[in-house]
Design a protein around this ligand. Structure first.
Ligand SMILES: [Zn+2]
Ligand SMILES: [Zn+2]
Length: 85
């Protein structure tokens, strides 16, 4: 069974509270996409397995969030959905 991230697919908008100030942080996109420019020779699948989060195994999509209120950047694990449900 395959899983997809509803946020990456445009079905939902991610809203996450900043752990430092509690205000709504902005979604900067997938962690793997964020890594992209710095790892041009590695395929997405490889990054998913080796970025330290094991997001593929846990069916989570790791997103990077940035809080413009206090300039804090952090990661959030967004639950992926099984395809076809
Ligand atoms: Zn995602
Ligand atoms: Zn903040």
């Amino acid at each position: 069974m395959s899983y997809y991230c509803p946020v990456c697919n445009g079905l939902e908008t991610a809203e996450w509270s900043c752990p430092l100030c509690g205000k709504t942080a902005e979604d900067f996109g997938r962690f793997n996409d964020y890594l992209g420019p710095y790892s041009p020779y590695r395929p997405i699948e490889d990054l998913s397995l080796t970025n330290g989060f094991a997001d593929v195994a846990n069916h989570c999509c790791v997103h990077v969030f940035h809080c413009e209120h206090c300039s804090h950047s952090f990661y959030a694990f967004l639950p992926e959905r099984p395809a076809g449900t």
